[in-house]
Design a protein around this ligand. Structure first.
Ligand SMILES: CC(C)=CCC/C(C)=C/COP(=O)(O)OP(=O)(O)O
Length: 553
């Protein structure tokens, strides 16, 4: 156990010049402080869910359905957020269907079904060829003009194109074709599908946090004339039941945040405990991943405090001592630190002690060693960034990027997410230690998307990645931002490609974390904003939907 803070004299604070940006306050204050569960309601929901779960299982396994009907049902069940109840059954069904097609090569002939088949197979790790779209393409490689009015088909095509890899040439064309025609529909507000089209163009399914999609799709499905009442009821009950669990976990995070004082004692830092928990929920939503959510949330809250210490508070003298203390990872180091840095340092050691105890008992200490190692590497890279950016001495862009991949946090957040997953064996951690392409591509998405979103704020008090690019390649701000977005979009294709390649050797449950982290970044920083620093109107509505308001019946 780490000792508590001792009183040590401070240097003359008034002489120190600090950037101290004016971060927006916590928008949640005491919204989520305390949650008391209504046990009666909980038991009632749980009882009904148990019955409905079996009925839906029978629907999924019904033999009389055609292949297209089966895949459509799987898609609905996934989008409603209840497929985690049937992991093995769905995996089995998708695999069987894939094998049937591999033998017969007789695919459906409508765009909606073909695109749905394609997306589902790819999302389940089956590398179906894009050649199934040949039937919709003219000899010049363009999509048939007659499809431009098939709005449901175009929506399905647009979603399918999101899982494309670098090798998918037709899907590149498909994306442009679907997007252009859907934008046209979106401009006709009276069109019955305009609302859905608008939503999809803003938030593609593949890039969306699964719980956000569940909440959204429940409301879409509720208005669908062909809805199945039983499925809808199950989805709503399950959603609300899980939300009760999340509320309890969030109260625990807030209690921990208060006890560790990482918010109250760091006035210069962003108070983002609720957003940090929302991050953890984005990584895992299934009930069995409670510990994964909690550790991810605490690590994100610690990262917020420590990132702000490097970027918005510390002087270079203080930061070299702080970095060295993290390297030594020893409670005795606190006497060397300035007061504000002691709080986050102690909180870090305490969280890590908890992780150590848990993992030693499970004989998985290799995972907690990785946790500490990545924290140390993150601290070293943050210090290097401070050396460049505090005096605004912009490095060459490739140097910035290779260091920035570490400060993107992915190299720490992925091993953190795997701490509580028993399938994350020593082999998986060894694989991670070699920085596989899926991890590096993820880090590119996080680094560059964050750089676009936080540029306006950060350029006011320090150097930035965008400025490094502008200087290195002698381009405008607009060109640099466009290039960052293009690199990130390309990195999504890498992730999709690696997901397919790795799905035979790495458990899908683990690969899903990479996708989820990319999705979280997409939701927080979409359209060039910084929704972590300014959650208002960005992640705020999602936090209300996912963590505060249950669904009405
Ligand atoms: C959505 C996620 C992954 C949140 C993690 C929390 C965190 C510390 C963000 C850093 O934001 P920043 O804009 O200050 O980052 P940087 O200092 O790298 O620019």
């Amino acid at each position: 156990m780490v000792p508590t803070e001792a009183a040590v004299p401070l240097q003359n604070q008034s002489e120190i010049l600090r950037p101290l940006p004016d971060f927006p306050d916590d928008i949640w204050s005491d919204h989520f402080d305390f949650f008391s569960q209504d046990q009666q309601v909980y038991d009632m929901y749980a009882k009904e869910i148990k019955m409905l779960k079996e009925e839906v299982r029978n629907m999924l396994l019904a033999t009389e359905n055609t292949i297209t009907e089966k895949l459509s049902l799987i898609d609905i069940v996934q989008r409603l957020g209840i497929s985690y109840h049937y992991g093995a059954e769905i995996a089995n069904l998708v695999e069987k269907t894939f094998k049937v097609y591999a033998n017969t090569k007789e695919y459906p002939d409508d765009l909606l079904s073909v695109a749905l088949h394609f997306r589902l197979f790819r999302q389940h790790g089956f590398n179906i060829s894009e050649s199934i779209f040949y039937q919709f393409v003219e000899t010049d490689g363009k999509f048939k003009e007659s499809l431009s009015t098939d709005i449901k088909g175009l929506l399905s095509l647009y979603e399918a194109a999101q899982v494309r890899t670098h090798k998918d040439i037709i899907l590149e064309e498909a994306l442009a074709f679907a997007e252009a025609n859907l934008k046209h529909v979106a401009s006709y507000t009276s069109h019955s599908l305009a609302k859905q089209v608008n939503y999809t163009l803003k938030q593609a399914l593949h890039k969306c946090i699964p719980r956000i999609e569940a909440r959204h799709y429940i409301s879409v499905y509720e208005e669908d004339e062909c809805r199945n009442h039983l499925l809808l009821k199950f989805a709503k009950l399950d959603y609300n039941l899980l939300q009760m669990l999340y509320k309890q976990e969030l109260s625990e995070i807030i209690r921990w945040g208060n006890e560790s004082e990482i918010v109250s004692k760091l006035p210069y830092s962003r108070a983002r405990l609720v957003e940090s928990y929302f991050y953890g929920l984005g990584m895992f939503f299934e009930p069995q991943h409670s510990l994964g959510r909690i550790i991810s949330a605490k690590t994100t809250a610690l990262l917020t405090a420590i990132d702000d210490t490097y970027d918005s508070y510390g002087t270079l003298d203080e930061l070299i001592t702080f970095t060295d203390a993290i390297e030594r990872w020893d409670a005795k180091e606190i006497d060397r630190l300035s007061i504000c840095m002691r709080t986050s340092y102690l909180a870090l050691l305490n969280v890590s002690d908890g992780v150590d105890n848990e993992l030693t008992a499970q004989q998985r200490s290799y995972a907690s060693d990785k946790y500490k190692d990545e924290w140390k590497q993150y601290a070293r890279s943050s210090y290097i960034e401070a050396l460049w950016f505090i005096p605004r001495e912009l490095p060459a862009f490739p140097d910035y990027l290779s260091n920035g991949l570490v400060t993107s946090l992915c190299y720490l957040l992925i091993p953190t997410a795997l701490l509580a997953m028993e399938c994350a064996t020593e082999d998986v951690y060894d694989w991670l230690s070699n920085y596989p392409k899926i991890l590096v591509s993820l880090a590119k998405i996080c680094r560059l998307t964050n750089d676009i979103g936080s540029y306006e704020r950060e350029k006011q008090y320090r150097g930035t990645g965008i400025e490094c690019y502008m200087k290195h390649y002698n381009v405008s701000e607009l060109e640099a931002k466009k290039k960052f977005a293009d690199i990130a979009e390309d990195a999504w294709k890498d992730i999709n490609e690696e997901f397919l390649k790795l799905s035979t050797t790495i458990p899908t449950e683990i690969l899903e974390r990479f996708l989820n982290l990319a999705r979280i970044v997409n939701v927080f920083y979409k359209q060039g904003v910084d929704g972590f620093t300014n959650p208002h109107n960005v992640v705020e509505p999602h936090i209300i939907d996912l963590l505060r308001d249950p669904i009405n019946f």
